[in-house]
Design a protein around this ligand. Structure first.
Ligand SMILES: [Zn+2]
Length: 460
């Protein structure tokens, strides 16, 4: 089987994959609720002869595997939607169902593209007797930045030699920048309630503790590195003003370019919480909601991915796709566009005046850290990892918005997904044919991590 034949194995699934992506788009299930979305992918891969494996304690996560032994190559798929982003497939904002969920990050395409790739690789393995294991990971709850860290805690990525994934984006590029590590923590204060007018001296306000904690955290900002981000929101501030709130909760996120920085600042935030509890004579407990690592992009693996991106090239869009994209782009303020495209470290000439980017972009951004978090950061500390962006979103449209939901239900989205399937299949094929590429990636992985073994944030 030559590579063109391999690509045609992805193309041949066009209708099935489109149907799958559309069903997941319609289900629009949010974090950990992806029962139907994961089921439809499980059924598809099981029918093709993949061996199915469950992930402990995570009913909407799964693995589908084919082949055996070295190299073990994993494709990380996602299928969760976002709350409140329901949208009709049209160019003006109008929810399909008021207040409902929607695929405002295109994860209906993301997981399905990976499914198409592993199915094609299986055929190549059968035809050529290629040695190795191909594994699809159905990963839930990416939008809560917790799916893959929880899966990693269960050890399901430990035997991987290589991990790959992709995301629909505003342009075509093998990602070559890092992303932020994060801790997401809820602090719960407990005090004593009392009548706020008649007996305030008997009350110990949990809300006071939250407010004092936030003051402390805001002073702390001056004494952390510039790259650290601390954000919070009060998720329980009491019910009525005339009762001293006995319970209050504040939700924090601490982000930084390196996991070690996040851990260090988190310890200081814990002290701030304890100080606030002491000052208000309340007690405090905390719950780690999630902890993610920064993303390491493996340079050697990215080279193989990039070669395949050039071979296949990005998606080619139709007049209808352009018409749809243009109607959306015309609604965007110029400053928003510049800010979105700038966050990918693109130069103005690479996007200005464009509607959909078909060019393959190759900038040198290895020293950059994207100011956001991906939950596959954890996997990138367990195995060599590379990540592909592929155009499926018009120029300047930000993620987690209604135009993404709309586009993820069109041919524009499907083309991006099929193209991603081909590029990923081609990359896995190259790695299985020439395992010196795998070895090279593994060597640079050891250098990148300094040989440090991954420890889940949940076990720190
Ligand atoms: Zn996403």
């Amino acid at each position: 089987m030559d590579k063109n034949e391999l690509y045609s194995k992805v193309e041949a699934q066009y209708d099935d994959l489109k149907d799958m992506a559309m069903k997941i788009w319609e289900y629009a299930e949010t974090a950990h609720q992806e029962v139907q979305s994961s089921r439809i992918q499980k059924e598809y891969l099981k029918k093709l002869g993949f061996e199915m494996k469950e992930v402990p304690n995570m009913p909407t996560a799964f693995m589908a595997e084919y082949g055996k032994g070295y190299p073990v190559i994993g494709l990380l798929g996602e299928y969760d939607a976002l709350p409140g982003l329901s949208q009709k497939i049209q160019t003006t904002q109008e929810p399909l169902v008021e207040g409902a969920n929607g695929h405002g990050c295109g994860h209906n395409l993301l997981g399905t593209g990976c499914v198409g790739a592993v199915a094609a690789i299986k055929e190549a393995m059968d035809a050529e007797g290629l040695a190795g294991t191909i594994r699809y990971y159905g990963c839930p709850a990416e939008e809560q930045l917790v799916g893959k860290p929880l899966m990693a805690k269960e050890g399901v990525f430990d035997d991987l030699d290589i991990a790959l994934s992709w995301h629909p984006a505003n342009h075509n590029e093998v990602v070559n920048f890092s992303s932020l590590a994060v801790n997401s923590i809820k602090f719960r204060f407990r005090g004593v309630t009392s009548h706020a007018a008649m007996a305030p001296h008997l009350g110990r306000s949990a809300l006071d503790a939250v407010e004092i904690m936030n003051v402390g955290a805001n002073y702390l900002r001056e004494h952390v590195e510039d790259s650290v981000r601390i954000h919070y929101c009060i998720t329980n501030g009491g019910a009525v003003p005339n009762s001293v709130p006995a319970d209050a909760e504040v939700w924090y996120m601490v982000r930084a370019p390196k996991r070690a920085q996040v851990e260090e600042v988190t310890k200081r935030i814990y002290k701030v919480a304890e100080g606030a509890a002491m000052m208000t004579e309340t007690t405090v407990t905390h719950e780690l909601i999630s902890g993610c690592y920064d993303m390491i992009i493996n340079k050697d693996l990215a080279e193989v991915f990039n070669k395949n991106l050039h071979e296949v090239s990005g998606p080619v869009f139709s007049e209808e796709d352009y018409r749809f994209a243009k109607a959306i782009v015309e609604q965007l303020p110029g400053a928003t566009q510049a800010s979105v495209m700038g966050s990918y470290y693109l130069r103005p000439e690479q996007w200005e005046g464009k509607i959909l980017i078909e060019d393959v972009i190759e900038n040198d951004n290895w020293k950059e850290v994207m100011p956001g978090t991906f939950d596959h950061g954890d996997v990138s500390h367990i195995a060599p990892f590379s990540y592909l962006f592929l155009t499926g979103i018009p120029v300047g449209v930000a993620g987690h918005t209604w135009p993404v939901t709309a586009g993820a239900g069109t041919e524009m989205g499907t083309k991006s997904m099929i193209c991603a399937g081909k590029i990923m299949a081609g990359t896995v094929y190259d790695l299985m044919k020439d395992t010196t590429l795998v070895e090279k990636a593994k060597e640079s992985f050891v250098k990148d991590t300094g040989g440090k073994k991954y420890v889940s944030a949940f076990n720190e």
